[in-house]
Design a protein around this ligand. Structure first.
Ligand code: NDP
Length: 291
């Protein structure tokens, strides 16, 4: 039997409709969520991301503020802009597009964002809040993976989860979220011994490696739920970190690339902006959009 395809694209579309409905409700209270995206430099991939983030922000009825600064901007200027956005009541979420030019200190810039407006969830306070089970802003990609997993599996409690990758953006927060849902979590990385054997024990396998077609079908436990976070541009087009053709006959369910985790990331950015807006107004968190 072939794996069920976990359709992140349509899940994300439904999520955006839900968010748009909540934005309408907020409008009746005179509140319009605002998301500020800051891009430093002309990196082509970043420009594409920033454009689509702006478009989707407007589509759900939020206000999009875009700030484009030249690559040679000094850090003080960027920090001054962040301070201005922190103080602006019309701005509920702030996202600084990464990577920053090499002359900037990425951690210092991210930690200058007001934690409650840190819709990427990368501020050190949000990292700590997530790790200690407190109300946090949660990184968008792992939040999207969590939503897909919960939707597909119901409870994650007691399941064996293996996360391949230990980045601050995907792997580590993904592991925290799975742990929070009472999965038994192992984080693998480039020094992990016998990765295929480890993967074969996983009921939930999350691949966030950045290597095209890396995870083979023979590594997958029959019936496992496989989340492919990878986005790799190759001569054959966009491919994930999982070798989809060999995974399909083994896995129970699998996210495709494209159309799996990718669309969830931007939808979760909008979800986080909505959450930040509601928290700033003293309203309860939107149901199902936070861990
Ligand atoms: P990083 O490069 O920061 O991290 C990759 C991780 O994979 C590292 O922890 C690394 O281990 C591990 N790794 C590398 N080689 C191996 C190996 N041979 N065996 C086991 N582990 C290995 O990547 P990101 O976490 O930022 O991104 C991962 C992937 O997800 C990329 O393809 C990226 O494009 C994609 N991505 C997709 C998003 C989306 O919206 N769908 C959003 C963000 C990322 P070590 O730490 O030991 O070096």
């Amino acid at each position: 039997m072939m794996a069920q395809i976990i359709d992140g694209k349509s899940f994300a579309a439904r999520l955006r409709l839900r968010i748009a409905a909540d934005v309408v409700t907020l409008a009746s209270r005179g509140i319009t969520p605002g998301l500020a995206v800051v891009l430093v430099g002309e990196d082509p991939a970043s420009q594409v991301y920033v454009r689509s983030k702006g478009r989707m922000t407007r589509e759900v009825g939020m206000t999009s503020f875009e700030h484009r600064l030249p690559a040679e901007t000094d850090q003080e200027t960027l920090l001054a802009l962040i301070a201005q956005l922190n103080a602006d009541a019309a701005v509920n979420g702030i996202l600084v597009q990464l990577p920053l030019p090499p002359h900037m200190d990425e951690a210092a810039v991210i930690n200058a964002i007001a934690p409650d407006k840190d819709v990427d969830g990368f501020h050190i306070l949000n990292v700590g809040r997530l790790a200690t089970g407190q109300k946090a802003m949660v990184p968008c990609t792992p939040l999207g993976c969590l939503m897909l997993l919960r939707d597909h599996l119901g409870t994650l409690s007691g399941r064996n989860a293996v996360v391949i990758g230990r980045s601050n953006i995907v792997g580590k927060p993904m592991a925290q979220l799975l742990l929070r849902d009472s999965a038994t979590v192992t984080v693998a990385h480039s020094r992990t011994a016998d990765l295929p054997a480890l993967c074969r024990q996983a009921d939930i396998l999350v691949a966030a490696v950045g290597r095209p077609n890396f995870v083979q079908g023979a590594w997958i436990k029959p019936g496992a739920t496989v989340i492919d976070v990878g986005i790799n541009r190759t001569e054959e087009g966009l491919v994930g970190d999982v070798h989809q053709a060999s995974a399909m006959p083994v896995a129970g369910a699998l996210t495709p690339v494209p159309g799996g985790v990718g669309p969830m990331t931007i939808a979760c950015l909008l979800a986080n902006t909505l959450t930040a807006t509601r928290r700033a107004a003293g309203l309860p968190d939107p149901e199902g959009l936070t861990p």
